[in-house]
Write a protein that binds this ligand. Sequence first.
Ligand code: SF4
Ligand code: SF4
Length: 164
Amino acid sequence: MPRIVQHPKRTLWVQSYCPEAIRGLFTTLKHFLRGLLRYETLPTIPYPDIKPPIPPNYRGKHRLLKRADGTPRCVACGMCAAACPAKCIRVDAKESQDGLVEKMAARFEIDHLACVFCGLCVEACPVDAIRMDTGITSFVHSSREEFLVNMEELLEGKPATVAN
Ligand code: SF4
Ligand code: SF4
């Protein structure tokens, strides 16, 4: 059975759209004055002056871990580079002299301009040598080359609970 929808009667005043236009202007004025006079009550954060809290498991800039003796934990297996969908990890291997492992990294680089911060490299690593727990989620450089992070810099990375 068809249902008849009753539309409210519109007066000439309502039909002119003036009431809604005035209501909209008051809403705009209200938010404008709130931003001007009570800035701290706004539901926004004045980034980058104040940074939002970052969850501890949020994927940030990479770091390479060291063994207890200070040598890199990475065994240059290349699993992270193979798993990387952006192909932004480069690992060159060399023979290890310590007798504990067969290989070690002669060169390890990550291009953070190409990285999509998916975390697959961390998942792929068989020896837990790479993590993304530095808490550094925003980094700015003045040249493209500076986004290419080498092994020394990666080994200097600290977990967020210590560094930040
Ligand atoms: S986070 Fe993803 S894209 Fe970035 S280096 Fe690791 S695997 Fe590659
Ligand atoms: S970081 Fe891990 S997965 Fe990548 S080369 Fe080193 S040991 Fe292999």
